[in-house]
Design a protein around this ligand. Structure first.
Ligand SMILES: Nc1ncnc2c1ncn2[C@@H]1O[C@H](COP(=O)(O)OP(=O)(O)OP(=O)(O)O)[C@@H](O)[C@H]1O
Ligand SMILES: [Mg+2]
Length: 270
C-alpha cells in the first residue's frame, strides 16, 4: 500500500478524493507574451501517476505551457496567463503559494543539461540540501541512490568529487535527472529531455520514465513521435494556438479525430 495519509488529509479538506483527481488541471488557460497570444483556452487534466506527452510543431507553445505548470515563466518579460492551473486542487497562482515548495513538488528537466558548477555528488543533492530534506550525514547515500536510479553510478562512482562538466552530454542529462528526482517531486516536467542524447541513453531515460510513472506524474514535451507512442499514456496535440486534441496515446496516433492531428501524426505538418 502506498502511503496516502497526507493526500487523504488534504482530500478531506477539499471534499474530494484527490487520488482520483488529476495531479494538475489546466482549466481554460491562455498564455502569451506581450501582445502575442501563444495558446488560447487550453483545458488539460494531467492524470496522476501516468505519462502525458505534449506534441506539436515548433513554436506551437509546448514549452510555454510546460513552464506555466510550475510558474517557471513568471519572471519572463511580457509573459501573461489567464485561467486556472490547479496542482492538487489549489490554484498555483494563489498568493499563498510557496514557490520554492511548488518547484520542489513539480520539478523540471530541460532540453540542454544544466549541471551546477559544483561536484557531481553535490549536484545530485543540491535540492535536497537547499530544502534540508535529510541530515548531512545521509547526503552521500542519497547521491548514490539517485545516481544508481538513473544508471549513472557505474560511470561516476570513482569521481564523485569531480566537475560535472567533464561528463558527456548524455551523462550530464542523467545527472540533471538524478538531481530532479532526489527532491522527491510529485510531478516531473520534461522539455525534450532526450533530443540531444544518443539512442542508448535515450532508452535508459525512457525505461526510467516508465519505471517512475506509477509513483510520479510525468509530462514530457517531445518532437519524437515514436517516443511519445512508446512512453506516454495520454497525448495532447497543440497546433495554431490551440490544444487541438487530447486522448489516449493509441487513439491519438491510430484514430485521431481532428484533421490537423491526422496530418501531424501522419508526418504532413510540422
Ligand atoms: N520569452 C519569450 N518572449 C516572447 N515570445 C516568446 C518567448 N518565449 C517563447 N515565445 C514565443 O512563444 C511561442 C511558443 O514558443 P514555445 O517555446 O513555447 O514553443 P515550442 O512549442 O516549445 O517550440 P519548440 O518545439 O521549437 O521548442 C513562439 O512563437 C515563441 O516565439
Ligand atoms: Mg520548446
Amino acid at each position: 500500500m502506498p502511503d496516502t495519509t497526507s493526500l487523504t488529509a488534504t482530500s478531506h479538506r477539499a471534499g474530494t478524493t484527490l487520488l482520483d483527481s488529476p495531479a494538475i488541471a489546466v482549466r481554460d488557460v491562455s498564455v502569451g507574451f506581450g501582445p502575442k497570444t501563444v495558446l488560447s483556452e487550453v483545458d488539460l487534466p494531467i492524470e496522476r501517476g501516468t505519462i502525458t506527452a505534449l506534441i506539436g510543431p515548433t513554436g506551437c507553445g509546448k514549452s510555454t505551457l510546460l513552464r506555466s505548470l510550475n510558474r517557471m515563466n513568471d519572471k519572463t518579460r511580457g509573459y501573461w496567463r489567464r485561467g486556472r492551473i490547479e496542482f492538487d486542487g489549489a490554484d498555483i497562482a494563489d498568493p499563498g503559494t510557496d514557490l520554492l515548495n511548488l518547484r520542489r513538488r513539480v520539478g523540471m528537466v530541460f532540453q540542454r543539461p544544466n549541471p551546477f558548477p559544483m561536484s557531481i555528488s553535490d549536484n545530485v543533492v543540491a535540492g535536497v540540501r537547499a530544502h534540508r530534506m535529510v541530515p548531512r550525514a545521509e547526503m552521500a547515500a542519497v547521491a548514490e541512490r539517485y545516481l544508481k536510479e538513473v544508471s549513472l553510478w557505474g560511470a561516476v562512482a570513482e569521481r564523485l568529487g569531480d566537475s560535472p562538466f567533464r561528463l558527456s552530454g548524455g551523462q550530464q542529462q542523467l545527472l540533471c535527472l538524478a538531481r530532479a528526482l532526489a527532491v522527491e517531486p510529485d510531478v516531473l516536467l520534461l522539455d525534450e529531455p532526450t533530443s540531444s542524447l544518443d539512442p542508448v541513453t535515450t532508452e535508459i531515460v525512457e525505461d526510467l520514465l516508465r519505471k517512475l510513472a506509477p509513483r510520479l506524474t510525468i509530462v514530457i514535451v517531445t518532437h519524437n513521435l515514436a517516443q511519445a507512442r512508446r512512453v506516454s499514456k495520454t497525448t495532447a496535440f497543440l497546433y495554431n494556438g490551440r490544444l487541438v486534441e487530447q486522448g489516449d496515446t493509441a487513439q491519438i496516433f491510430e484514430q485521431p479525430t481532428q484533421p490537423e492531428t491526422v496530418s501531424y501524426v501522419g508526418g504532413r505538418i510540422g
